[in-house]
Design a protein around this ligand. Structure first.
Ligand code: SAM
Length: 199
């Protein structure tokens, strides 16, 4: 897999980079949050435990917490600046009692098997050190009939213009990774900018 130093996870340790990332991606993550809220509702989910594996600044989780008032939401990430932003947003939204953001590695998620009813993982697969290990961990912590939403940027000719897309996976590369992991059966879809795997 191609990996650009600019998109590798550790860059998010930089306070200024993290703040710029949050500003630029606020609309995108809110739109994912609304989409996942609709999909969860259509699958009959109205309460439970949701985890955002690689939560960044937590924008998606705030949307989900507002939508599902009886849910508990956990976000994990390694970036201190992004986790600070995420916790600040949860407090400002008055959601601090049931939304929490913790420092943890997606390769070793510090939760028991089957602890979550839904797992979200967005814009992560192409930049973690061992994506198969992350996918195995996601499978381990999700209940057998849980909801799974994975989405990541898709490499195409747009990679010639934009560094993020240069280091992303093609749909076939994403399918190969999923095949090599323990993750449950699900379905792939793709658009110009994204590939998705949902179960
Ligand atoms: C492109 S951002 C995506 C964040 C969020 N999912 C979103 O869509 O805005 C990638 C995130 O992965 C985090 N990250 C990278 N490697 C990680 C690891 N091993 N464990 C936890 N978080 C990691 C970074 O800190 C960063 O927040």
């Amino acid at each position: 897999m191609k990996r650009s130093p600019l998109t590798h996870g550790r860059i998010f340790d930089d306070e200024a980079f993290a703040e710029r990332y949050a500003e630029r991606h606020q609309n995108m993550v809110e739109s994912f949050g609304h989409e996942y809220a609709e999909k969860l509702t259509s699958r009959g989910f109205d309460r439970g435990r949701i985890i955002d594996v690689g939560c960044g600044f937590g924008g998606m989780d705030i949307v989900l917490a507002r939508q599902f008032a009886d849910s508990e939401i956990v976000g994990i990430d390694l970036s201190d600046p992004l986790l600070r932003l995420a916790n600040r947003s949860a407090q400002a939204a008055g959601l601090g009692d049931r939304v929490r953001f913790e420092k943890a590695d997606v390769h070793q998620i510090p939760y028991e098997d089957g602890s979550f009813d839904a797992v979200i993982n967005t814009n992560m697969v192409h930049l973690v050190d061992n994506p198969v290990q992350m996918l195995d961990e996601i499978e381990r912590i999700l209940v057998p009939d849980g909801c799974l939403f994975i989405a990541d940027v898709r490499r195409s000719w747009i990679g010639l213009l934009d560094k993020t897309f240069k280091s992303a996976l093609t749909l076939d590369e994403a399918k190969d990774l999923v095949d090599r992991s323990n993750i449950r059966g699900g379905s792939f879809s793709s658009s110009f900018l994204w590939w998705r795997f949902e179960a």
